[in-house]
Write a protein that binds this ligand. Structure first.
Ligand code: AMP
Ligand code: GLY
Length: 424
């Protein structure tokens, strides 16, 4: 029997999840709450309106998939479970792996998961005293959710002290800065490793890498992600195995032991140490990555719905491995000029069209204006995603579509070096 699906969120990640789910013969209709200018069947409910989401899912008999961490942090999975509704995403207590960096670090220590050495503080003066006693480069992190901006990678003790001031005294990230984690700064190449989990078992997705800095060559401030590609060549089969055994499985075991089994997408941000080649966890997210989701969905040949359905029922142990399209997929984020700072909204987007079966324009910060035109509505506007038989072709395909799309007077901006690393 075909099933209605509700995708919660409004970004490129949600557009990609819904696009993929809609291809399943077992899916009847895909609703997006609230969705964006590229998604159809939008429902006017925000990702933090949990009671309304519950009511809608009940009324339309939907299986639900959660995109953003905000919904998870509000306990959406607990609320749906209480009503007997089927939803893919972790309960609030399991989502603490993402919502509290102190929780995540202590969890990793307990579970023996490799991560940078750290200390946690709720007192700014104690944090500063600690910094002065260290003789290695440090990273200062606000404990709570800060839209990817609460992490300050420091070059000197002075900078680390300023970071503590910013987070704990000036409260630049609000309540997220009540506590800080101060950790050793690691060096190496980063990769994103995401798996689907059902509380007991996990199935890894293809590896990926995102581009967090706004400018070419990884310069400029951090953003939500300026592009991504899959697979990440740095994750060879040996490293893949290590990440599964040393990171992902221990998370599932420890969560189960605590009585808060982890079901949902589990995302480990990995640093591959430049000297030893060993993987260390930089962070956990308890959801799909954005924009990593876009190239991963582009490469997924298996039916995503089948896996989500199995995961909700705790049947992943008997599911076959996911089939992936060979080659590479790359996603170039087209942003509003000025992002991650201030930028204009409401610019009509020109050049959106059909770029063929290997290219998909996933919408993020877009909406429809009164005339039904697609206009900009956010910092990250589009995720132009293309597949190719190798990285070179994927990059060419993606940028050839990107060059046809524009808005405003020079209103768009994108990095020109997405997936370049995969060419080596
Ligand atoms: P997080 O949100 O914790 O992943 O941090 C965001 C970014 O900060 C990461 O993608 C890394 O580029 C950087 N970062 C975080 N922790 C460390 C660390 N211990 N050493 C070096 N860079 C880090
Ligand atoms: N692309 C990083 C994230 O989704 O957090």
């Amino acid at each position: 029997m075909a099933q209605n699906v509700l995708v919660i969120g409004s970004g490129g990640r949600e557009h990609a999840l819904g696009w993929k789910l809609a291809q399943s013969p077992r899916v009847k209709k895909v609703y997006f709450a609230p969705g964006n200018g590229g998604t159809s069947e939008n429902v006017d409910i925000k990702q933090n309106e949990i009671d309304k989401l519950v009511a809608f899912a009940k009324k339309t008999d939907c299986l639900s998939v959660v995109g953003p961490e905000e919904s998870l942090s509000l306990g959406i999975a607990d609320a749906f479970a209480k009503e007997g509704l089927r939803l893919f995403g972790p309960i609030k207590q399991a989502a603490m792996l993402e919502t509290s960096k102190v929780f995540a670090k202590e969890f990793m220590k307990k579970a023996g998961i490799p991560t940078a050495e750290f200390a946690a503080f709720s007192d700014a003066q104690k944090a500063k005293d600690y910094i002065i006693r260290q003789d290695k480069p440090l990273v200062v992190k606000a404990d709570g959710l800060a839209a990817g901006k609460g992490v300050i990678v420091c070059d000197s003790a002075q900078q680390a002290i300023e970071a503590v001031e910013k987070i704990m005294v000036a409260k630049e990230f609000g309540a997220a800065g009540g506590r800080v984690v101060i950790e050793e700064r690691l060096s190496g190449e980063e990769a994103s490793f995401i798996a689907m989990c059902d509380g007991k078992t996990l199935i890894p997705l293809a590896s990926s890498q995102d581009h967090k800095r706004v400018f070419d060559g990884d310069k400029g401030p951090n953003t939500g992600g300026m592009g991504a590609y899959s697979p990440a060549p740095v994750v060879d089969s040996k490293l893949h195995e290590k990440i599964v055994r040393r990171v992902m499985e221990p998370v599932l075991r420890e969560m189960k032991a605590r009585g808060t089994p982890f079901a949902g997408f589990l995302y480990a941000g990995i640093m591959v140490d430049e000297k030893t080649g060993e993987p260390y966890v930089l962070e956990f997210n308890t959801r799909m990555g954005d924009p990593e989701c876009q190239p991963i969905m582009m490469r997924m040949k298996s039916d995503l719905y089948e896996y989500i359905d199995a995961a909700i029922d705790g049947r992943l142990a008997s599911a076959p491995p996911i089939q992936w399209r060979e080659g590479t997929a790359a996603c170039v984020v087209m942003a509003s000029r000025g992002y991650p700072g201030s930028y204009k909204k409401g610019e009509p987007i020109e050049g959106l069209g059909d770029f063929g079966p290997d290219t998909m324009v996933f919408h993020a910060g877009t909406t429809r204006d009164a005339q039904g035109r697609v206009v900009t509505n956010g910092g990250r506007v589009l995720g132009v995603t293309a597949a190719g038989k190798d990285a070179k072709h994927a990059i060419e395909n993606a940028y050839s579509a990107v060059r046809k799309i524009r808005w405003g007077e020079n209103g768009h901006y994108y990095r020109t070096d997405i997936a370049r690393r995969a060419l080596r």
